[in-house]
Design a protein around this ligand. Structure first.
Ligand code: GLP
Length: 242
């Protein structure tokens, strides 16, 4: 079931999202957070860092698993998702880095990496999974198409995703065209899901979360089958909601 909340702006969305994550951290004995990258959760991470610095939010018992990584980028590449997570969260809180997991996009055997990662996600058991959403409705890198994959897998990125994300790279050629991502089953194994979205570009895919239809053309619509999904968006992303 999806509960959609439209907040005033990006700042409000980030604060409310961080508060939800904080409650999981404070009320779960050994919290396991599923984390996402992208500009949508950046403000939420900044707020968690503030909570750590100013209000002693404690990450010492927290374990994390990230959704995805570009194939071919190592953790030192400034566009890798490992780098993003270190830079926006892990370097600024008291988390044990060994308890933070991001798929290895440099693995020699990517199929094996996908299997191992899926086993890790299942064995940890995610309490709350944070998601962003692509302009084409992808979650993680589960791209729209005729079918979706259940477990963690390697996927060719859609041109729509390349168009959205190439701005972060020197050129379109420099952007990886494949990624390794948790699949729909890996994502759905989380007890709770929180999705954040802002800006007009997301309005169409967010509106499709509120109707009765499920389609692999917008992978996020499958979230309607999960028992606990909270969508937090700003007014722009929420503007096509009835
Ligand atoms: C990437 C990530 C997604 C993320 C999406 C949206 O493609 N793989 O997990 O949700 O970008 O990014 P943004 O929040 O910057 O719009």
């Amino acid at each position: 079931m999806i509960n959609i909340k439209v907040l005033k702006d990006y700042e409000e969305m980030s604060k409310v999202g961080a508060q939800v994550i904080r409650e999981f951290i404070e009320t779960t004995e050994a919290p396991v957070l599923g984390l996402a990258t992208g500009s949508s959760p950046e403000g939420l991470y900044a707020e968690l860092v503030r909570m750590h610095k100013e209000e002693n939010l404690d990450f010492s018992n927290v374990q994390t698993v990230n959704l995805d990584e570009y194939v071919g980028l190592g953790g030192n590449h400034d566009q890798s998702y490992r780098y993003f997570m270190n830079h926006h969260l892990f370097d600024h809180v008291n988390i044990n880095k060994e308890h933070t997991h991001v798929p290895n996009g440099m693995a020699e055997d990517l199929e094996q990496e996908a299997k191992d990662y899926d086993n890790l996600v299942q064995s940890l058991g995610v309490d709350v999974q944070l998601l962003g959403i692509g302009t084409n409705g992808h979650i993680g890198f589960n791209e729209p198409g005729e079918y979706l994959s259940a477990p963690t897998h390697v996927i060719a990125l859609k041109q729509s995703t390349i168009d959205s994300n190439k701005k972060y790279f020197e050129s379109e050629e420099a952007m990886p065209k494949t990624a390794i991502t948790m699949g729909m089953q890996s994502i759905f194994s989380a007890k709770h899901i929180v999705l954040v979205a802002y800006g007009e570009k997301k309005a169409k895919v967010i509106a499709e979360l509120a109707d009765n239809r499920i389609t692999t053309d917008n992978p996020a619509t499958l979230l309607k089958l999960h028992p606990s999904v909270l969508v937090l968006c700003d007014q722009e992303a929420g503007k096509l909601l009835k």
